[in-house]
Write a protein that binds this ligand. Structure first.
Ligand code: PCA
Length: 200
């Protein structure tokens, strides 16, 4: 089994993005599965093509994309991606779409094809704060999740895909006033490893 894990580069003046930091810290094999990794630009224009390139290169059975959700107090397992781009801040290219579809010919939404409730329950059983989320927002993370599920829908080879949002790392939170919720990077990494084991 091959699993592709993706994290995002930093955005919105942050120095790091805990999603790609945690992905980078994971081993290349977990419980018999081969782990491939890719870093995705925070770009409405380029995130999809970079993801597609990584999928073509490694032909994974499962694709799990991960992003930062500043202000969240736990790991958010995303259930749904909507066909909408409505950005409150520009992306890293300075692009800020409003009220635009991700795909002009796509459905209004796609559901994650991962077992979202089992993942939440498994993380909670391990003492990791986690919850089921019904909105991945309308920024680049939702764009990427929708693009992934749209691609899977049109792909003949069977593939499962989904998205997870992770909180700020403690270092990011320590630089802010008032202090937002955060999670130690080692715990975010442990959570992702647990998710991979649940998927296997
Ligand atoms: N989080 C943003 C985009 C990149 C990231 O890590 C989001 O939630 O849309």
């Amino acid at each position: 089994m091959k699993i592709l894990l993706t994290g995002f580069e930093p955005f919105n003046k942050e120095l790091i993005n805990p999603s790609c930091e945690a992905v980078r810290r994971l081993p290349d094999r977990i419980g018999g599965a081969e782990i491939a990794k890719a870093e995705i630009p925070v770009s409405f224009t380029h995130s999809g093509p970079v993801l597609k390139e990584a999928i073509t290169a490694c032909r994974p059975d499962i694709v799990l994309c991960i992003g930062q959700a500043g202000g969240y107090a736990g790991i958010a397992i995303e259930r749904i991606a909507v066909n909408l781009q409505d950005a409150s801040i520009p992306d890293n290219d300075g692009v800020q779409p409003h009220d635009q579809p991700v795909s002009a010919d796509g459905p209004a939404a796609y559901f994650s094809s991962l077992p979202v409730k089992e993942i939440v329950a498994g993380l909670q059983a391990d003492g990791i704060p986690a919850f089921l989320s019904n909105s991945a927002g309308t920024y680049v993370c939702n764009h990427l999740m929708y693009t992934l599920l749209h691609l899977i829908h049109h792909e003949s080879r069977p593939m499962q895909g989904g998205f997870i949002h992770v909180p700020y790392s403690m270092e990011q939170a320590a630089a802010k006033t008032p202090v937002p919720p955060s999670m130690e990077l080692s715990q975010i990494t442990r959570a992702l490893e647990r998710v991979v084991r649940i998927l296997i």
